[in-house]
Design a protein around this ligand. Structure first.
Ligand code: SAM
Ligand code: SF4
Ligand code: SF4
Length: 336
């Protein structure tokens, strides 16, 4: 039976983002800079990763506390072997109504259909430019735009709901705001602009590199007039708009310039089984040890309830020079 839990600011626990691997086939400059995540970087060995059975057990406990939505992420989640088997198990959990995936899209042509058949409903595909040269530079592995567009097409053909995420970084890809808006408007696919965030401590984040929601909105609206769309549920991350006289939406994720902590209903689990109650946390709660000892499902549910009821995170509301100096976990580790 579901027994809802709320944190210190009365925020319910509704969504869980689960990282299934810390490895990635890209080296995006804002996430896993190649200079740091080089050939000698030590990723988790298989022993450290949560198994599908362990992830399913935790998700079952989370569903008992009110979680309805699950997003699988990484690193690059499609590098995890047989991911569809995990999706199949999660889709059987009572109370889970929505399973989504965030991916760079390159492996979608191989997997989209099986993922859909296994219970995946939605994918967010990350693509930061429609210009090949800019995209090759940003993903750090010189991958062109074509394989990602093929992935998007494969996901749509498989019947998945698709959104595209673009992180905007000043001086790197802000010239792509209009080309990306034009391309995806024409395709009828929802694009979401994401402000470059100060996650982790390896991406050299600096406020001067952030293009704010307001600035992006102004650029898009000057060419394609927009009208606001009501948010559809409490805790929706993106501010939604629609291109006038169309039914195509565009979204803005403004974690830096307009924080949304007061409605944050998300927890995160890293690939090695730590629970984090904020994207900008410095430390997490060890679920793996609990799972690998004699703990019962009830013990796990109790621990999760305890952690969430004591949660008071609101990093983006409090962001300042001082908070930025705190040690923070990396985006590729926690999964965004
Ligand atoms: N590899 C997958 C992908 O790129 O979609 C999933 C993991 S990735 C960490 C999840 C999302 O976080 C992506 O949309 C990515 O663009 C975004 N992201 C990573 N670092 C970011 C940063 N510093 N600021 C804003 N978004 C970031
Ligand atoms: Fe990999 Fe995604 Fe990070 Fe890019 S954003 S390096 S694709 S995990
Ligand atoms: Fe949620 Fe933390 Fe982001 Fe605020 S900063 S919205 S609490 S993840």
């Amino acid at each position: 039976m579901t027994s809802f839990v709320k944190d210190k600011y009365n925020r319910p626990l509704r969504d869980i983002r689960i990282s299934v691997t810390d490895q990635c086939n890209f080296r995006c400059t804002y996430c896993m800079p190649a200079e740091i995540f080089g050939p000698n970087f030590k990723f988790f060995n298989n022993e450290k990763l949560l198994t599908f059975e362990e992830i399913t057990r935790i998700t079952t406990s989370l569903a008992e506390l009110g979680v309805e939505k699950v997003r699988l992420t990484g690193g690059e989640p499609l590098l995890r072997k047989d991911l569809h088997l995990l999706i199949k198990e999660i889709s059987k959990i009572q109370g889970i109504t929505d399973i989504a995936l965030t991916t760079n899209g390159v492996h979608l042509p191989k997997h989209a259909r099986l993922l859909r058949e296994s219970g995946l409903a939605r994918v967010n595909v990350s693509l930061d430019a429609i210009d090949d040269e800019i995209f090759r530079r940003m993903n750090g592995r010189s991958v062109g735009v074509k394989p990602v567009l093929k992935g998007i097409r494969a996901a749509i053909d498989a019947g998945l709901d698709v959104k595209v995420n673009m992180v905007v970084k000043k001086g790197e890809n802000d010239s792509q705001i209009i080309p990306m808006a034009s391309y995806f408007l024409e395709q009828g696919i929802q694009l979401r602009f994401i402000e470059f965030m100060d996650v982790g401590s390896t991406n050299g984040w600096n406020f001067n590199q952030v293009v704010t929601k307001k600035e992006i909105y102004k650029i898009v609206n000057s060419l394609y007039p927009l009208e606001a769309v009501e948010s559809s549920y409490f805790g929706e991350v993106a501010k939604r708009y629609q291109y006038k006289r169309t039914n195509v939406e565009v979204g803005f994720i403004s974690s830096v310039s307009e924080s949304f902590c007061s409605s944050c209903t998300r927890a995160r689990i890293s690939a090695d089984g730590k629970l984090y109650t904020c994207l900008f946390a410095g430390s997490g709660y060890d679920l793996r040890t609990l799972l690998r000892t004699e703990s019962s499902t009830q013990d796990i549910t109790d621990m999760l309830r305890n952690v969430w009821s004591n949660r008071d995170d609101r990093y983006s509301d409090e962001r300042c020079e001082e908070t930025q100096k705190r040690p923070k976990i990396e985006m590729s580790y926690i999964g965004g």
